[in-house]
Design a protein around this ligand. Structure first.
Ligand SMILES: Nc1ncnc2c1ncn2[C@@H]1O[C@H](COP(=O)(O)OP(=O)(O)OP(=O)(O)O)[C@@H](O)[C@H]1O
Ligand SMILES: [Mg+2]
Length: 226
């Protein structure tokens, strides 16, 4: 029994790519393989020229810490820390000086439009604001690749739209590659291209071009996922 098979995907730097598929189609498994959180039985996974399965456990940890930004459906913020401290934490864990972490966190909070919420604890922020803090935290290392697994699954439509715009902006302006997993056409429609995953295989591609047209993507998806 394989969760994925025959899956071939190549993503150019600075692209916003969505992987769309039903529950159990293998989306999270694919993200875990790319992020080195899981190892394939067979096959190759390359990020930035690094062959991920060939790295040691320690090298994979450093790869995640220094090159990847990971965003989940659950925001996973520490409740006792302020928004700013949550963003600073991974830099402090990585041994960076406090002042440098503080300055970078300030910049990132501004980038996600949350400068006015720095001192707030997660419980006093809206869902969309919490996810923006989580994205700021994922950006601390200037990642070459952001992996986002259902990043708007817990959000209302307005907050979700602000996250999609932010991810788009990071890809088009920041040159960061964004790989987002979703089962929602409204989310996938913001990506440049959508790859449809069904039962562990790719069944086709939708050139969404960031159109934000959920109906168009839903229609194409229904054909490809059939
Ligand atoms: N390490 C593994 N080895 C083999 N099968 C697995 C493994 N992890 C998950 N699976 C199975 O592979 C399938 C895909 O799981 P995965 O979590 O990737 O789905 P998903 O598309 O993310 O679903 P959801 O939308 O519900 O999050 C499931 O049937 C799951 O039970
Ligand atoms: Mg999943």
């Amino acid at each position: 029994m394989f969760a994925l098979r025959g899956v071939g995907l190549s993503v150019d730097r600075g692209r916003f790519v969505a992987i769309m598929g039903a529950s159990g189609s293998g989306k999270t498994t694919l993200m875990h393989l790319i992020g080195g959180l899981d190892l394939p039985d067979k096959g190759s996974v390359k990020v930035d020229g690094l062959e991920i399965p060939a790295l040691s456990d320690e090298e994979r940890t450093l790869f995640r810490r220094r090159r990847l930004g990971i965003v989940f459906q659950a925001f996973n913020l520490l409740p006792s820390l302020s928004a700013l401290e949550n963003v600073m934490l991974p830099m402090l864990v990585d041994g960076r000086p406090y002042a440098e972490a503080r300055q970078r966190a300030d910049e990132l909070m501004a980038q996600v439009n949350l400068s006015h919420r720095q001192r707030h604890r997660p419980a006093t922020l809206s869902g969309g604001e919490q996810q923006r803090v989580a994205i700021a935290r994922a950006l601390t290392t200037r990642p070459t690749l952001i992996l986002a697994d259902e990043p708007t699954g817990n959000l209302d439509p307005t907050s979700a739209a602000s996250i999609w715009r932010l991810l788009r902006h990071l890809a088009s302006e920041g040159g960061t590659t964004v790989l987002m997993v979703t089962h929602e056409a409204a989310a996938a429609a913001h990506a440049d291209v959508v790859h449809v995953l069904k039962e562990g295989r790719f069944t086709g591609t939708i050139e969404a071009g960031g159109c934000a047209d959920a109906t168009l993507v839903a229609t194409r998806y229904a054909q490809l996922a059939d």
